[in-house]
Design a protein around this ligand. Structure first.
Ligand code: ATP
Ligand code: SKM
Ligand code: MG
Length: 176
């Protein structure tokens, strides 16, 4: 797996948690785009409140482009909406993209206990999450080299599954 592995998917599916575990199992560096933006510009909820979503998206696209320009392969977890940027979509084609897919049932408890996601500030965060997923699912699917249903697996098991499935793909390609 010579290029970077990029985890995409909707909020709360476990991109950050699993990305860290995947990087640990592969002995690679790990970076999370939301964390990177927060280190540079402060809390995402405050950015949305003070500068608006459009400004956040510009910063996010620039941050992701800088990260993907690194020559050493690493594991990158993207914010849930980062894939909407067409420049980011183009850059992702040079990397291995893993879509973490989930039904709302599998993330319901996580959504209900979180208070820091500006796009889910609503009386019904689960319905908001479902609507965002409906709008974005085709983008996630189109960009993905591998799609993984998180179901009730532990992060360590999901990381192992990703490594196994990606190694099989690489093996298959070298046998062609
Ligand atoms: N496989 C798992 N099993 C149980 N809990 C998990 C698993 N993966 C993540 N979690 C928990 O779910 C919550 C959301 O996980 P995480 O922050 O990794 O998701 P995310 O996709 O990065 O979300 P965000 O859109 O906010 O970036 C966290 O509390 C995390 O501990
Ligand atoms: O799905 C989204 O649009 C977002 C997801 C989070 O990771 C953050 O990037 C932010 O809250 C926006
Ligand atoms: Mg995250």
């Amino acid at each position: 797996m010579p290029n970077s592995i990029v985890l995409i998917g909707p909020m709360a599916v476990g991109k950050t948690t699993l990305g860290l575990e995947l990087a640990r199992q592969l002995g690679r560096d790990f970076i999370d785009s939301d964390q990177q933006i927060e280190n540079q510009h402060g809390k995402i909820a405050e950015i949305f409140a003070s500068r608006g979503e459009a400004w956040f998206r510009q910063v996010e696209a620039r941050c992701v482009a800088q990260l993907l320009a690194q020559s050493k392969p690493f594991v990158l977890s993207l914010g849930g909406g980062a894939v909407l940027d067409t420049g980011t979509q183009q850059l992702l084609s040079a990397h291995t993209v893993v879509y973490l897919s989930a039904s709302s049932d599998h993330v319901r408890a996580r959504l209900l206990r979180s208070t820091n996601r500006p796009l889910l500030q609503s009386e019904d965060p689960v319905a908001r999450w479902e609507k965002l997923l409906k709008d974005r699912a085709c983008v996630y699917q189109r960009l993905a080299d591998l799609t993984l249903e998180i179901e009730d697996h532990k992060a360590s098991e999901l990381a192992r599954l990703i490594i196994d499935q990606l190694s099989r793909t690489v093996q298959g390609e070298s046998n062609e």
